[in-house]
Design a protein around this ligand. Sequence first.
Ligand code: HEC
Length: 109
Amino acid sequence: MTRVAVLTFVLAAAGAALAACGHSRAPVATEADAARAGVSVAELNQGRRLFVGHCGNCHLPPSPTDFPPEAWPGHVGEMRERAGLDATSEALVERYLVTMAQASAQASR
Ligand code: HEC
């Protein structure tokens, strides 16, 4: 990965954030999200905090809806080491992203 490519990625991410102006890129999980995932709201939002804290250091944190639910485990696994997440934190981040991506997949049906 070259510096230019990284810069391009960062600029693209910044552009996407501007385009999404007014919408949170990391929506707070609700009771409905927790019920769908079969976990507590607290657990989902713990994943959200880890995501916001660890996944926005190099690029803006992606939006959960940037990828379909089934794509997230691969991306999080790829980024885990870079983000300095242990296995427990990785699982929380992954559950948050998969759950919030499912919300939008259902809403668009
Ligand atoms: C140490 C820097 C760093 C951290 C921390 C980091 N990333 Fe990344 N991320 C990158 C770079 C650089 C790329 C560009 C593509 C590549 O090198 O794989 C990238 C690309 C991505 C992509 C796009 C992949 C694609 O195929 O389009 C996603 C999604 C992503 N990161 C998610 C995350 C998540 C989720 C976290 C937190 C768990 C995270 N990143 C933390 C550096 C980082």
